[in-house]
Design a protein around this ligand. Structure first.
Ligand code: URA
Length: 210
């Protein structure tokens, strides 16, 4: 992917995102839309996966047909909201390996601190797609990518639903080699770190915790 930021402007993506932004959308509706929208975004973020060919016998004749090459991709959820995007990608790519990164913000230093990290083996040979619905300040996303790189990943994409300009700038500074795919680049962050106009707290909305 040559672009650092790709905003997927497909009409279905934009329509579903509007429904997710609506504060009247139920938890069940939000979850379903998140799964559907993630699938559409996953289509875009995997566009450049390498192909090889295999011999296949159709009912008519044999042919050389394209098939995905190399190791299975690794999907990495940035906890906890990233988990809401796993199902959508896994429905499309059921053989993907899955990892998790857990970070919390230290109240004194305000820096992200790792509390959980589990990644599939052989990250260096896989396309790694890190998922988190909201790219807000970009601090935890950049820290999560740091951890993935330390674990050997060298071909990483970042998939989110919404991005703030501040988060995109932070990622570009820290990880210019990691393309971002999103459904929208929103206006700004507010003083509490929420994306505006955004959709609120994605974790709370998908898990019904508030
Ligand atoms: N995380 C969220 O869930 N929402 C925001 O607006 C920003 C970060």
């Amino acid at each position: 992917m040559s672009e650092h930021l790709t905003v997927v402007d497909h009409p279905l993506v934009q329509h579903k995102l509007t429904l997710m932004r609506d504060k009247g959308t139920s938890t069940a509706g939000f979850r379903r839309l998140l799964r559907e929208l993630t699938q559409l975004l996953a289509y875009e973020v995997t566009r450049e996966m390498p192909l090889t060919t295999t011999n296949v016998e159709t009912p008519m004749e044999e042919m050389q047909a394209p098939i995905l090459a190399g190791k299975k991709l690794a999907l990495v959820s940035i906890l906890r909201a990233g988990n809401g995007m796993l199902d959508g990608v896994l429905e499309l790519i059921p053989s993907a390996r899955v990892g998790f990164v857990g970070l919390y913000r230290d109240e004194e230093t305000l820096k992200p601190v790792q509390y959980y990290f589990k990644a599939p083996e052989g990250l260096q040979d896989r396309l790694v797609i890190a998922v988190d619905p909201m790219l807000a300040t970009g601090n935890s996303s950049a820290a999560a990518i740091d951890l993935l790189k330390q674990a050997g990943a060298n071909n990483i994409r970042f998939l989110c639903l919404l991005a703030a300009p501040e988060g995109v700038a932070r990622m570009k500074e820290a990880h210019p080699d990691v393309p971002i795919v999103t459904a929208s680049l929103d206006r700004e962050l507010n003083d509490k770190g929420y994306i505006m106009p955004g959709l609120g707290d994605a974790g709370d909305r998908m898990f019904g915790t508030k």
